[in-house]
Design a protein around this ligand. Structure first.
Ligand SMILES: [Zn+2]
Length: 279
């Protein structure tokens, strides 16, 4: 499942082909993937900035006409399990599971949204602030420092593994980066989120920034369905310290890493390095 680094990698990859470029058409090819009844307008457009909030990518569009026709709007895409944007040559045959196409005539390119499993969602909104998709999501993980993280976690009795991956609390982290961040911070995934002291919350925030920023710099992780926008694999899986490494020696203490199945998901951690009393 794409997480924050994979969505940010996509943002950076498609930005040069989109921002400031003419948009000839936006063609929805499927109806049941939209979060609301609003659809993209058909008037001539220009590609604007591309933003990201957690695992949601936000393409902004500007009306090309200066006669007051048309309004700026945003197209939001929540990646879900298998959503992705690809640049494809305009004349190339359409790939299966393509649900929306944006034609960029200057580049002779189509920017295509595909999502085989269809857990992702698209939305047209006058601005991200008015979006339905973002209305129930917490702040972006990279916008949080230690004190802000502690404030969010303070009232919670839920375990850290659950709090870190709850998009209503903070946005962008899934199973892979949760495991890597908690290992880096030396915190047990089973520990109640509300029990963190301020120094521990600062350590967790520092690990969150370091892990996510390193993952972005190498193009994200290639796990299951995710590859980079240009089809090449991301490089972060080489850096995984715990995820997918059950039974292998911990890079810090040398003891075998653990895998637990919790709520049908695999949880990887080091029983020794991540505060034994809670695991
Ligand atoms: Zn260890």
């Amino acid at each position: 499942m794409p997480e924050l680094p994979e969505v940010e990698t996509t943002r950076r990859a498609i930005l040069p082909a989109f921002t400031g470029r003419k948009v000839a058409s936006i063609t929805p090819l499927r109806q049941d993937i939209w979060a609301s009844s609003q659809r993209p307008p058909s008037c001539p457009l220009t590609g604007g900035e591309i933003f990201r909030h957690g695992k949601t990518l936000i393409l902004s569009f500007l009306p090309e006409t200066t006669d007051g026709q048309g309004h700026p709007f945003s197209l939001l895409s929540r990646f879900g399990m298998s959503g992705r944007w690809d640049r494809r040559p305009r004349r190339a045959p359409r790939l299966p599971h393509t649900h929306l196409e944006i034609l960029l005539p200057e580049e002779e390119l189509v920017l295509a949204w595909s999502d085989p499993r269809r857990f992702g969602r698209l939305e047209v909104s006058p601005s991200p602030r008015e979006s339905i998709l973002l209305s129930d999501t917490g702040p972006d993980a990279l916008d949080l420092d230690g004190p802000a993280l502690r404030e969010i976690f303070h009232p919670l009795t839920t375990p850290l593994r659950k709090a870190l991956t709850d998009p209503a609390l903070l946005s962008g982290i899934g199973n892979i980066y949760m495991a890597e961040i908690l290992f880096d911070a030396g915190l047990s995934p089973f520990r109640p989120a509300g029990s963190l002291s301020l120094p521990e919350a600062c350590r967790l925030s520092q690990s969150m920034h370091q892990i996510l920023e390193l993952a972005i710099s190498v193009g994200g992780s290639t796990i299951h369905s995710y590859r980079q926008e240009d089809g090449s694999p991301g490089g972060y899986q080489r850096y995984h310290a715990v995820y997918g490494r059950e039974g292998l020696p911990c890079i810090r203490c040398g003891l075998p890493l653990q895998r637990a199945t919790v709520e049908a998901r695999s949880l990887y951690f080091c029983r020794f390095c991540q505060t034994r009393s809670y695991s």
